[in-house]
Design a binder for this molecule. Structure first.
Ligand SMILES: Nc1ncnc2c1ncn2[C@@H]1O[C@H](COP(=O)(O)OP(=O)(O)OP(=O)(O)O)[C@@H](O)[C@H]1O
Length: 325
């Protein structure tokens, strides 16, 4: 019997063929409010994926669940290092109640079972926030060194090796400084290395946040509205930075963004939420032309929404009549 074709060969999109993250039946309730309602989607390895939707749609809540800031009410969040897990591997890690199944070539992490510090330290998921959260009184360089605190603490033997200046510690400190310099250069902040982060212009603070997240060597970078408050030139620079992060470091990127010029320009895959529910999922082109998205999000005014919905209903009715005749 001929072997069945691989998912990629079968023409599936990358997020189906090689998902780095699978969000499965995610619910998040706050008392009587259902902020995320049975949400499932996948993030392709090496893809730039955008999560979009009107204000209050539940996007940041999804990020908070993925990054361990919230414990979801229900659902599974599967992060795969290496290849995606087989159904058997997934069933095993789920049923034995462990948070991860770590192998030499590939590992699987169930993020809903992990607190935020394990999601970043072990599963290697980094994030930035909608409201910038830098250490404003520290310099640019210090912010990038603090981001490597965990690695340095381990290398210092929790201070002992550091106190005696042992070679392993010195090498780790040199490597951390090199990494900080590399990312400073990458985001164009080398000449501001010794300035307090709080003195930087807004766009530069946003870039520093991304550099700080990258200093933890994430495999998945989650960015909450990275283009908010940027002017068109800065948005363009952001697009280039994100493309190069993906191309040179293979980091997969999941971003929440309202700026459609960023979303349509750099995303491979777009997922649309409205009232906590997924209403569209596909390539930027497919999503842009989806009438549900146009009605819910892409700026038709309220009067036009009913009109568009009537058109959709008429289309569906015509389609089903056609299908039955
Ligand atoms: N900690 C919380 N407690 C109670 N309700 C919350 C909490 N966090 C979020 N919500 C509610 O959940 C819903 C979704 O909010 P969320 O911030 O996730 O939306 P969003 O799509 O990120 O919105 P925006 O684009 O405006 O940032 C909102 O109704 C919000 O008020």
């Amino acid at each position: 019997m001929a072997p069945s074709p691989s998912p990629a060969a079968a023409g599936l999109p990358n997020w189906e063929a090689d998902p780095i993250l699978a969000v499965e039946h995610l619910f998040m309730r706050f008392g009587g409010l259902i902020a995320v309602n049975d949400l499932s989607f996948k993030v392709g390895r090496g893809d730039i994926t955008a999560l979009i939707g009107p204000n209050g749609a539940g996007k940041t809540t999804v990020f908070n669940c993925i990054t361990g800031f919230y414990k979801p009410s229900e659902g599974r969040l599967v992060l795969a290092h290496g290849h995606a897990p087989t159904a058997e591997e997934l069933a095993r890690v789920t049923l034995i109640g462990e948070r991860a199944l770590v192998g030499r070539k590939s590992s699987v992490y169930l993020l809903e079972r992990m607190p935020d510090y394990r999601v970043s330290g072990e599963a290697k998921v980094a994030r930035t926030f909608q409201n910038i959260r830098l250490f404003t009184g520290m310099t640019v360089l210090e912010n990038l060194m603090v981001a490597q605190h965990n690695t340095l603490m381990v290398a210092s033997g929790f201070s002992l090796k550091g106190l005696f200046g042992l070679p392993g510690w010195n090498a780790a400190q040199r490597a951390a400084t090199e990494k900080a310099k590399y990312w400073m250069e990458k985001v164009g902040l080398t000449d501001r290395a010794d300035d307090p982060a709080g003195d930087l212009p807004y766009g530069a603070q946003r870039r520093l946040e991304i550099a700080r997240a990258m200093c933890s060597d994430p495999i998945l970078l989650c960015l909450d509205e990275p283009a908010a408050g940027l002017n068109p030139r800065e948005s363009l620079e952001l697009n280039n930075l994100l493309r190069s992060v993906r191309a040179e470091h293979g980091t997969s990127i999941l971003l929440i963004e309202h700026d459609m010029s960023v979303v349509m320009e750099i995303s491979d895959h777009v997922v649309v939420l409205d009232y906590g529910t997924k209403i569209s999922d596909g390539t930027p082109e497919a999503v842009k032309n989806d009438p549900r998205v146009i009605a819910a999000y892409l700026g038709v005014d309220e009067d036009a929404v009913e009109e568009v919905e009537a058109e959709i209903d008429a289309e569906i009715a015509a389609h089903s009549t056609g299908a039955h005749s």
